[in-house]
Design a protein around this ligand. Structure first.
Ligand code: HEC
Length: 106
């Protein structure tokens, strides 16, 4: 008698756990799709965005775009120099910018 009651209780808790798990899963996937589709979305910056964001605090961007015909490697060197001067730029943005500058200002 006691055993079967325990069994019922056990089954009920397993069911509850399972339902809780599903509810958690659904709400988790709902919030993550909401974030992915909404304002929280992290998009990679384009080269001109990086230029405006990271390279216009100390001098105008025309100081940058006046340079023509540099390779990606040469731009990377310049960006590293600017970083030691205090420019704030992420590794990803650095790559985007060097490629953009080399391809755009020939
Ligand atoms: C913290 C300030 C600062 C930031 C931010 C900055 N620069 Fe500069 N930049 C300087 C200074 C100071 C000079 C002048 C150095 C000189 O004349 O030797 C300069 C000069 C330059 C020059 C001319 C160099 C030459 O040889 O004529 C280029 C090109 C340049 N910066 C590119 C950039 C790029 C690209 C970025 C963005 C990643 C950037 N800068 C961000 C401080 C900065």
């Amino acid at each position: 008698m006691l055993k079967s009651r325990m069994e019922k209780f056990y089954h009920a808790s397993v069911k509850l756990l399972f339902v809780g798990f599903i509810v958690g899963l659904v709400s988790f996937s709902l919030t993550s799709t909401a974030t992915a589709g909404g304002k929280g979305k992290v998009t990679a910056k384009t080269g001109d965005m990086v230029l405006a964001d990271s390279c216009s605090q100390c001098h105008s961007t025309s100081r940058v775009t006046a340079k023509k015909g540099l390779t990606v490697a040469a731009w990377n060197k310049i960006i590293v120099n600017m970083q030691s001067a205090g420019a704030n730029i992420s590794v990803q943005d650095k790559e985007t910018l060097a490629n953009y500058l080399a391809a755009t200002y020939k």
